[in-house]
Design a binder for this molecule. Structure first.
Ligand code: N2P
Length: 355
């Protein structure tokens, strides 16, 4: 009997030790997978990196941070399914597409307590009419950054980018939607046209322009323009502002034919394995102090009213950075044209392959 009791006791102790270790290691694992790590996929040069460290410290959540150069690149990576992104930063038209394709989670807005700091003019926009899927991050325009010591013509029309005088002195954006938009606006068409003849004309314009273009570039345009490597560049407004901080010979203009105004926002793709941590990150990024640090670091314009009020007066009153949204009425927001994406891809391939 004693022997049976002894064996039972040993068995019990062993079972307890086993269940404790099993439990412990399970907890550890699930912590790692569900609450302790997120993957953020953002545009290049689009955050103050110390903000990521501060988020990790504050919440004990490890951030894997990856970058992309265009919405299209982001979409391909996201839809290829290989990666589990928790927070992404698409623009308006791409948000509309991702919603349509059921690729985004609805965000639990009760968790985004800082959402109240977002200006009303950045809410209920066409791409997310009920503010269910996105929290605004930055906004801006597309225009021409030019070096006033190298350009003596007025910069008020897209036409200047076709002036042979500036041969190999022009940078264009390596982004199909943006570059095709420049050609469409030059021709007086909507940048959301689905008219094949108009798109064909735009393609011919870009092919005609090709010999004047020094190169199609991404984030590197900033260093190149600051260094005076070209006279003219098509850029996103935030990059223009950053460059003007660094080189006072540079100026920015939105051509009179009109342009693109855009809104980038934070979203949670369906592939996210950790929606709650993603919401913590989005809320952290929307904190006025954090939004201010990001805006000051990258040069882009924040839709966060509380952050904007803390910005230097000089930046806040800069027409390039904070134009009156209403005054931009000849600027259009991109609409989702994914139903004719094949045509866009073909046009872009032909332009890049020309010359
Ligand atoms: C930052 C890219 C800005 C995104 N490098 C413009 N939508």
């Amino acid at each position: 009997m004693e022997q049976v009791k002894k064996t039972a006791a040993i068995f019990l102790v062993l079972a307890m030790i086993f269940s404790l270790t099993a439990c412990g290691s399970n907890d550890g694992d699930s912590n790692q997978n569900t609450t302790a790590a997120i993957t953020v996929y953002n545009w290049g040069d689009y955050i103050d990196p110390t903000v990521i460290d501060d988020f990790e410290k504050e919440y004990g959540i490890n951030v894997t941070y990856e970058t992309f150069a265009t919405n299209e690149e982001m979409y391909v990576k996201l839809s290829s399914g290989g990666s589990n992104y928790d927070v992404i930063f698409p623009s308006d038209y791409m948000i509309a597409r991702l919603i349509k394709e059921d690729m985004l989670h609805k965000i639990d807005m009760s968790k985004i307590t800082n959402y109240k700091h977002i200006g009303e003019q950045f809410k209920n926009l066409g791409y997310d009419p009920n503010n269910e899927y996105s929290v605004p991050y930055m906004w801006g325009t597309v225009g021409i950054l030019y070096n006033t010591t190298m350009v003596d013509d007025p910069v008020d029309s897209w036409d200047i980018l076709w002036n042979p005088k500036y041969e190999k002195d022009i940078f264009m954006l390596d982004s199909q939607r943006d570059s095709i938009a420049v050609a469409l606006k030059k021709l007086g068409y909507s940048l959301n046209t689905r008219d094949e003849a108009q798109l064909e004309e735009a393609k011919q314009e870009l092919i005609k322009q090709r010999p004047l273009v020094l190169s199609y570039v991404g984030d590197e345009v900033k260093d190149k323009m600051i260094a005076g490597e070209a006279a003219l560049a098509v850029v996103w407004s935030g990059d223009a502002i950053y460059c003007m901080w660094e080189n006072e010979d540079l100026a920015y203009a939105i051509p009179k034919e009109g342009s693109n105004k855009w809104f980038d926002a934070m979203c949670i793709p369906k592939s996210s394995k950790n929606k709650e941590a993603a919401e913590l990150f989005i809320n952290f990024m929307t904190d006025p102090e954090i939004a201010l640090r990001n805006a000051e670091y990258i040069g882009y314009s924040t839709p966060n009213t509380a952050a904007m009020e803390m910005l230097d007066e000089e930046i806040r009153n800069d027409e390039a950075a904070y134009p009156d949204l209403e005054s931009l009425d000849n600027c259009e927001v991109f609409e989702d044209l994914s139903d004719i994406i094949g045509l866009y891809n073909r046009i872009w391939d032909e332009v890049k392959a020309s010359q």
